[in-house]
Design a binder for this molecule. Structure first.
Ligand code: FES
Length: 69
């Protein structure tokens, strides 16, 4: 699974088929396409990014990592 870090923004994950998201013990419905996960801590829709990082002026470097089983 590839996880990208957008410059000054969220983690972006390409979920593998059948992937599930659990947050605080609750399974969440997956939005279609890639997942944008909050890394600034300001989202009101955690764990997903809601764009709040822009108003916050969040700064972080871009990057990428791969996770394998
Ligand atoms: S990274 Fe977008 S709201 Fe936190």
């Amino acid at each position: 699974m590839r996880i990208r870090f957008r410059e000054n923004g969220p983690y972006v994950v390409e979920p593998p088929p059948g992937a599930k998201v659990r947050f605080n013990g609750e399974e969440l419905p997956l939005p279609k396409g890639n997942l944008a996960l909050c890394r600034c801590g300001a989202s009101q829709k955690k764990p997903f990014c809601d764009g709040s990082h822009k108003a916050l002026g969040f700064q972080a470097e871009a990057g990428e990592m791969r996770a394998e089983r």
